[in-house]
Structures are given as C-alpha cells and as structure tokens.
Design a protein around this ligand. Structure first.
Ligand SMILES: *[C@@H]1O[C@H](CO)[C@@H](O)[C@H](O)[C@H]1NC(C)=O
Length: 333
C-alpha cells in the first residue's frame, strides 16, 4: 500500500491540507468557544458579581449569602465575575490560599455551585496572572473558569468576554509601585488588534438573538474611575456596529445602569462584590443615568427569546433597580 502514495501525490495532499487549514483560520475567529445549555424552555438566568476577593471582608460574605438566596429563587444557570477576583494583587500562584479563602469558602450556597465564567481585572494582573488562568485551579474547584478573552454560546444569547486591562495605557506608562504580569500580552499593539479583530469577526458571525459583552473596565461610568477612554475609542465602535445589547463590567465599586436614547447598548456595572462606598460620584446626565448605587451588591439577568430582565440587589437582598427590554420573536436584530 505504501508504494501507492508516491511523492507528488503526498505533496499535493499536504499542500491542500495546509490550504484548507489556512482557510479555516481566516474564516473563523480564534477566540476559544464554550457552550452553555439553556433551560428546557430556552430561557437562561445568571448572576453577575465583580471586584470581590477579600477573604469575606467588606461585606463580601454578606453579598455572597444574598447571591445564594437570589440564585435559588431564579434557578441560575451560571455566575459571571467581571474581574478583580483576588485583592490586592491577584493570586501569588496556583497554591495561593486566597483562592480557597476568597472564592471556594465564600460562595458556598447550593445555587452557586454552577459554572463561574470570569475575566481578569487590573488587580489580577498584579499577581501571577497565569495562575488564575491555570487548569490547576479548576481541579481545586471545578466551578472556576477564567480566561483572557473567550466566547460563551448559550443558544439564545452569545457572550463575548474581553480582556480589557491591556487596553489601559496608564498601567504600562505610569505603573507607579505596581508590578503587572504582562506575560502573554506583549507585543501589546498586536495583542490588542487581535482581540478587536477576533471580537468584531465573532460578533458578525453570531446568529444569537442577544449579544452580551463582558469586560472588567468601564466604558460608561459615573463612578470613581469614570469612562475608560481607551475602550470608548477602540471597543465601543465595534459594539455599536454589531448591535450588542448589554455591556457588563466591574472596576468601579458600585452598581449602575447607564443608557442613552442614541444607542441600544445598556452599560451595566456590577462591581460591588466587596469594598465599596467610595462616595465620589461624578453625576451623569440624568437622562442617561438610570441607576447608581455606591454600595455593595450584585446583579441578576434573566433572558428568554423575546425578553431580558435585569435587577440589582443590595447586601440585604433588596431589589434596588429593575429594567427590561423585548425583542420580537421573529425579528432578526
Ligand atoms: C456593609 O453593608 C452595610 C449595609 O449596606 C453598610 O452599612 C456597611 O458600611 C458595609 N460595611 C462595609 C465594611 O463596607
């Protein structure tokens, strides 16, 4: 048999295989994809918490307890973390006890024993960044999944998780005393342009009814950090162009909802997982500021094929703000 495969035939086969694989690289985005099954009625619900890992301190445990109660009421399918998972400086390594003390031992409610999808925040980049991304942590607690940028396909909704920290100039230009772990990021220009290109392509290819983008940093915010100029300039146009429904972030230690009549995107900050109460609010145009709360809490999202419902909760589980929107069943937005 071997004699049949003479050299020109082999070369030909090798070449066409190479061309085929090049085509598939060019036509599909390179972001890693995960699947999440919706419920039998095609609906989905989840919680969002950000800026949390403080070994239970600053009301982290109280927020976790209320997440457990709300998580049970809504029968949540998973949890999203908007980053700054471990304070002050991320994890020191895969054996850092903070993982157990700030995550596993805090979010103990039965309803929270679901998959967590997490992005990295700027504080996470101040530790061993590869540790948080490591499969070793998934062995310690199978709920944990943290990647830089990735896609979660849940049938009626597609999530696009974006690694926003490397966009922010000041962490590179004026790091002060902070040391950032930029392994895997450099050269930075290339890294950022790849993210934007992959995100744009994936959004264009998406046929999901709802599109949600998640990042650590703000795009629109009235909180301490305010808008992130780099993201307004580079990321926002891609979200606008591709009809993204929600942009969800942390970074500002508050809960807030901003939207404008000129855009379909709802800007939702859920960064109240632990330390909050900074008190410095740069009051926004009241027409666009739907809600701002400078204390601890979290957010829930419920999605069906035709409707999205959002709610924000404080440390006692009180609902502070609700919002919903609908899309026609057959409309292809
Ligand atoms: C914990 O939450 C309560 C109620 O919102 C608040 O009064 C208190 O200041 C919070 N504690 C800390 C340390 O933030």
């Amino acid at each position: 048999m071997a004699a049949f495969w003479n050299k020109p035939v082999l070369l030909c086969l090798t070449l066409s295989a190479a061309i085929l694989s090049m085509c598939s690289v060019l036509s599909t985005a390179e972001l890693q994809q995960f699947e999440q099954d919706p419920k039998a009625d095609h609906s989905l619900s989840f919680l969002v918490v950000g800026d949390w890992g403080r070994r239970g301190g600053f009301n982290q445990s109280e927020v976790a307890e209320q997440m457990g109660i709300t998580g049970e009421k809504l029968d949540v399918d998973f949890v999203i973390s908007t980053g700054d998972n471990f304070y002050d400086d991320g994890l020191k390594g895969v054996d850092d006890l903070a993982f157990d003390e700030s995550f596993t031992k805090i979010y103990t409610a039965p309803s929270l024993q679901k998959q967590w999808y997490s992005v990295l925040g700027n504080h996470d980049y101040r530790g061993d960044v590869l540790a948080q991304l490591s499969p070793t942590l998934r062995k310690l607690d199978s709920r944990w999944l943290c990647l830089r940028s990735f896609i979660l396909n849940a049938e009626i909704v597609e999530f696009f998780f974006v690694d926003t920290t490397p966009f922010v100039d000041k962490y590179f230009k004026e790091p002060k005393d902070d040391v950032y772990d930029w392994r895997g990021i450099l050269p930075r220009k290339q890294y950022l342009s790849n993210i934007l290109k992959d995100l744009d392509l994936s959004l264009k290819e998406s046929s999901a009814k709802w599109k949600i983008v998640v990042g650590h940093h703000t795009i629109r915010s009235a909180g301490h950090h305010g808008n992130t100029d780099e993201l307004v300039l580079q990321l926002l146009p891609i979200l606008e162009e591709n009809n993204v429904d929600l942009y969800i972030n942390g970074h500002d230690h508050c809960l807030e909802h901003i939207s404008s009549p000129h855009s379909r995107i709802q800007f939702l900050t859920s960064g109240g997982g632990s330390k909050a109460w900074r008190g410095d609010v740069d009051w926004w145009n009241p027409k666009e500021m739907k809600f701002f709360y400078d204390g601890q809490g979290f957010m829930s999202v419920q999605i069906t094929q035709t409707r999205v419902d959002i709610a924000f909760y404080d440390v006692f589980g009180n609902v502070l703000h609700m919002w919903d929107t609908s899309k026609q069943h057959y409309a292809d937005a």
